[in-house]
Ligand binder design. Structure first.
Ligand code: AMP
Ligand code: MN
Ligand code: MN
Ligand code: MN
Length: 309
């Protein structure tokens, strides 16, 4: 169901609406999107522009989940308050973790962004990002692109530097014809095969991420479980490990997922007693997906916001 009845919403949201953030009818007819990016990491829009876009797409509950930073939250919240915009903003962050040689993304939702565990995690992750970016830059220099690091750094500005910035630089300078090719030829890793400018990152563990999220009062979600190229056996192992770490939810609905995939994720949720989240993983306007589009939780899913009472 894309449209959720008022009854499905956590009291925290209802209370905010009553306080004047938005109208109840607006909210109950709106869409929920719990995974999105701004230019505080590798998204193209500022937090304010993202909020404007969310309003236009009838989003009433939005989480900004930039990579290893919460910098967009205060900016977006101040804008929402100043302009009296009818959106409930959920604090969030997408944390890169290392598990069994895979890079697994854990989405933190509804956290205290000022909690010391989150602040420390961000410091460590940002250091890992800086170190990896420098090493990627050195490798790209050897590939014949000596300015890639400076250009990617400039593009990321004050935000989290990601491989997407390097990919965009390679694309803009005409070294590759698509972002995908930048990953396929230089930045990516598929199975054990690493490309020329791939650098193994020094991310935190899943356990460390979940612990920091819980310390800050939030919920931990495995982001886009279908995007790790895991076999069914390895995906199950990941979910078992996540559950052992006391993780809370799986992203059961992404725009690209078909009903069969959503059902498979729901089955894992049922089997391992996990809640369900959904989000577009919006980075920039494009033809294929947008904020809040094609997001539905299958019947029987326990919505993650039920944990936010
Ligand atoms: P990082 O967290 O620095 O490793 O950067 C990963 C980000 O790069 C992801 O969040 C995506 O936004 C982007 N990305 C990863 N793989 C691809 C790909 N094959 N094509 C385009 N963008 C990608
Ligand atoms: Mn990204
Ligand atoms: Mn991700
Ligand atoms: Mn994302």
């Amino acid at each position: 169901m894309a449209l959720l009845s008022t009854i499905d919403f956590p009291p925290v949201i209802k209370t905010s609406i009553k306080k004047g953030i938005g109208k109840t009818e607006n909210f109950s007819h709106g869409r929920i999107d719990l995974h999105s990016h701004t230019h505080c990491s590798d998204g193209s829009l500022s937090p304010q522009t993202l909020i404007d876009r969310a309003v236009n797409y009838q989003i009433t509950v939005l989480a900004i989940t930039d990579h290893d930073t919460v910098a967009g939250f205060d900016i977006a919240q101040q804008y929402i308050t100043a302009e009296n915009i009818p959106i409930k903003l959920i604090s969030g962050m997408e944390i890169s973790t290392a598990w069994q040689g895979f890079e697994i993304h854990i989405v933190a939702l509804n956290i205290d962004v000022n909690h010391k565990a989150i602040k420390q995690l961000i410091i460590n992750q940002q250091q890992a990002r800086e170190d990896r970016a420098t090493a990627i830059g050195n490798k790209l220099t050897k590939c014949g692109f000596p300015n890639a690091y400076d250009d990617a750094k400039k593009m990321a500005a004050e935000g989290s530097i990601t491989r997407a910035h390097f990919a965009k630089v390679l694309l803009q300078q005409g070294h590759v014809s698509t972002m995908q090719k930048a990953f396929d030829q230089y930045l990516g890793k598929k199975g054990r095969i690493t490309q020329r400018a791939y650098v193994k990152p020094n991310w935190c563990s899943i356990d460390e991420a979940v612990k920091a999220i819980h310390a800050a009062g939030g919920t931990a979600v495995i982001a886009h479980p279908i995007r790790y190229d895991l076999t069914a056996k390895w995906l199950r192992r990941l979910i078992v490990h996540f559950k052992e770490c006391l993780g809370d939810a799986l992203e059961v609905s992404l725009p690209q997922m078909n009903p069969q995939q959503r059902q498979t994720m729901l089955n894992y949720c049922t089997e391992y007693d996990l809640h369900a989240s959904m989000g577009s993983d919006f980075h920039q306007p494009n033809k294929w997906s947008d904020l809040g589009r094609n997001l539905t939780l299958p019947d029987g899913a326990k919505p993650i916001w039920a944990l936010w009472d």
